[in-house]
Design a protein around this ligand. Sequence first.
Ligand SMILES: Cc1cc2nc3c(=O)[nH]c(=O)nc-3n(C[C@H](O)[C@H](O)[C@H](O)COP(=O)(O)OP(=O)(O)OC[C@H]3O[C@@H](n4cnc5c(N)ncnc54)[C@H](O)[C@@H]3O)c2cc1C
Length: 384
Amino acid sequence: MTMQPLTQLMSQVESNVVPILEGEARRVDLEGLWPAASVKTLKESGLLGLTIPAEFGGSGAGMREFAAITERLARACASTAMIYLMHVCGTQAIAMSGSLKREGALKKIAAAEALATLAFSERGSRSHFWAPVSRAQRNASVVVLNCEKSFVTSAGYADYYVTSAGAVDGKTPADSTLYLVESGTNGLQVSGAWNGIGLRGNSSAPMILRDCHVGQDFRLSLEGQGFKMMMEVVLPWFQIGSAAVSLGIGEAAFASAVQHTSSARLEHLGESLASAIPASAPGSRACAWLWMRREVFSIRPWRESNPAVRQPWSGCWAQRRSPPKPRLKSRMRPCALAVEPRSRGSLRWSATFATRARLPSWRLRRTSFMTSLAKPWQVSPCFD
Ligand SMILES: Cc1cc2nc3c(=O)[nH]c(=O)nc-3n(C[C@H](O)[C@H](O)[C@H](O)COP(=O)(O)OP(=O)(O)OC[C@H]3O[C@@H](n4cnc5c(N)ncnc54)[C@H](O)[C@@H]3O)c2cc1C
């Protein structure tokens, strides 16, 4: 498949993918459902293979295309964007591996026959995903995995689980190895339900691996080198994609706040809610717009100008000198403003109101994910 210009890709996403996601998002979020139609449309549109090299049937796109598309998906459906983000992270780990299963797996993903995800976080080490407490054991020619994974997006729906485990004979908590575990492997099972307060429709459920036998050809990283692969391959895609999801959710929340304040009317005064709120008040349309502009424009130029982001299929970040700076705290604001009492009134507490669902999604992205994932960069001896 040849790589299309970004504008062409975006217009295809806009006309073929976004309407399906928008049509399904509300019910998916309210009822915590798996977005089956949205995932199907991701497959049919070829987006699952977006970042896979052309030699394996993918589009060979880089982070720039991935970020722009993920942001647009998040504006339409945060849960689907999350599924897509984890899929691409898992796919990149497979693409950068030396596993004998690599080619077959990439071709299946590019042909839209397989969805991937990450199974890193464990119950025992929680947000410190780089330190799995599970330990793989060698048994003749196979490795036996016993792990309790606390959150796995697309649990029970993915075909490939990029799974971490403590390295065979590993000495420290960071000595880990990554494996490709296929759905249907004996001992792999979803062990609970996901009932989130935001990002509800992506089955981010716990999973258990009980005596899972995995052949050596399913090993994705070198033995004991899982941490390096997580940091150098997975984390950059995760950081960029996660920032894109946050931005998309914020934009959607902001658009819905503007739509509401412009259309809700104070009939006795003969004016809209927007014009009644002083322009300088927190939560006013003008004020929210300024915040949003600042946030959007602060991250986009950085993303566009970063050479590593612009490179086609920049699978590995090893050449990078500094980690991405997603500026999480300030990007919370558009979403918070969107439910500000002045712009929302009591409607912000209504379950039928679009933004209500987006605020927890935004918070969830910010607090659990990003704070924990950004940490190793501050403490690790670094690979740059
Ligand atoms: C919707 C969703 C989907 C997810 N999908 C996946 C997935 O597909 N694959 C996967 O592997 N994981 C996934 N995760 C897990 C995620 O990456 C984190 O591991 C998880 O959210 C951490 O939650 P916890 O309650 O265990 O955090 P805890 O470890 O209990 O941390 C609670 C808080 O304490 C902070 N904290 C922890 N240690 C320190 C410290 N040393 N210093 C200061 N602060 C600290 C954390 O940053 C966090 O804010 C998902 C999580 C969510 C919410």
